[in-house]
Ligand binder design. Structure first.
Ligand SMILES: NC(=O)c1ccc[n+]([C@@H]2O[C@H](COP(=O)([O-])OP(=O)(O)OC[C@H]3O[C@@H](n4cnc5c(N)ncnc54)[C@H](OP(=O)(O)O)[C@@H]3O)[C@@H](O)[C@H]2O)c1
Length: 345
């Protein structure tokens, strides 16, 4: 049986809920009858709503799933959360085989769902397309294993790695198609993060439900477009209060550079599970040390401007061996640009 084909369907189903399920994982499910025919699909659509297995099983009313196979990208849960355990429903419905992409890293589940199924006499096949399943839930895995938000950086550069000319001109480096894709990427993250310098240079809107702004000296005008929508968390050295719809968060004032770890830990305490950084080279150069993933749009342009701003710009190094290393994950075309996605080694 080609379970990989069905696991791919699970992943596609799960992706439909990107941005809707945090802090839960993305999960999709396919059910086959005892002859191997696909009879139902489901996915976890919103935080607090039915899990994927329940969604797929509850669509079946006539017992056609009896002795069938259930395929799901994450181990079925075994505990009472916002909904009852999926493992119990799978057993109740007479499923004979369960195919899983990856074990749950949530310590409350971790292996217990599988044990419950096996104890009930169900055959369990594990690790089908496990790398793809882990990538799908990279945010959830970081949250559960490190108790920290997942940090991604998005940057848009010329072929020579520039984000603005020496005179500050930065619009537009990439195409409308690329910029549309940025909006899709943003949806995957709980919050976006930007800086005083970027707001002063570009006055961007950056539509998003939660926005983290780093502005130690409160240099930005609170009438700037970015403040017009979303929940705002403004990290600064003077104020610690909620005022005019803005959460002012006081940062230590004795530092040469703001400690990003402070910001990340504070964001976690505020319930933010993932952050997309959209800033210039100075912040990116610092943030790259703690980034989990980079989305790098590249336009087929070369500035040849030797004093223009680079996308990662924080320090001088002497040897290439001091560079930070990455692995490429994908290349996509957003004509005429490309989007390179990469991860730290
Ligand atoms: N193409 C792109 O993808 C893209 C995206 C965004 C911006 N841009 C361009 O980038 C340019 C601005 O870039 P930039 O490099 O000058 O500024 P930046 O990296 O956006 O911001 C630097 C500022 O961030 C704050 N910051 C807080 N913690 C920091 C830390 N640990 N390390 C470094 N900075 C920290 C500081 O401001 P405070 O001291 O005020 O807190 C610092 O001055 C603009 O021209 C904009 O158009 C391009």
């Amino acid at each position: 049986m080609n379970y990989e084909k069905y696991m791919k369907i699970c992943i596609q189903l799960a992706k439909q809920a990107e941005g809707e399920v945090s802090p839960n994982p993305l999960v999709g499910c396919v059910i086959l009858d005892k002859d191997g025919n696909q009879i139902s699909t489901g996915f976890h659509k919103k935080y607090g709503e039915n899990h994927a297995e329940r969604d797929a099983l509850l669509k079946l009313k006539n017992g056609e799933e009896n002795e069938g196979t259930l395929i799901v990208n994450l181990e079925p849960c075994s505990h009472y959360g916002k909904t009852p355990p999926c493992a119990d429903l799978i057993i109740e419905r007479g499923i004979k085989k369960v195919v899983i992409g990856m074990r749950d890293v949530n310590p409350i589940v971790a292996g217990n769902g599988i044990k419950k199924l096996k104890d009930a006499g169900i055959e369990v096949i594990e690790d089908v397309l496990s790398d793809e399943c882990k990538k799908l839930n990279e945010i959830f895995i970081k949250n559960m294993t490190k108790n920290l938000p997942f940090i991604a950086i998005k940057t848009a550069t010329t072929l020579d790695g520039k984000i603005a000319t020496s005179s500050g001109s930065s619009k537009w480096i990439t195409s409308e198609k690329s910029r549309k894709e940025v909006k899709n990427i943003r949806k995957r993250y709980d919050a976006i993060l930007t800086t005083s310098s970027t707001i002063l240079a570009d006055n961007p809107t950056m539509e998003h439900k939660k926005k983290i702004i780093l502005d130690r000296k409160l240099k930005t005008n609170l009438e700037s477009k970015i403040y017009k929508s979303g929940e705002i968390y403004l990290f600064n050295e003077s104020l610690d209060m909620f005022e005019g719809g803005i959460n002012f968060i006081k940062t230590p004032s004795n530092q040469e550079k703001l400690d990003l770890e402070f910001v990340i830990k504070k964001a976690w305490q505020l319930g933010i599970k993932s952050i997309l950084i959209e800033a210039g080279g100075h912040l990116n150069g610092e943030a790259i040390k703690c980034a989990d993933k980079i989305y790098h749009f590249i336009a087929p342009k070369i500035t040849c401007d030797n004093s223009s701003l680079s996308c990662f710009d924080s320090k001088k190094i002497n040897s290439i061996s001091e560079s930070k290393n990455f692995v490429f994950s994908s290349i996509e075309m957003f004509e005429p640009d490309i989007l390179l996605t990469y991860y730290p080694c």
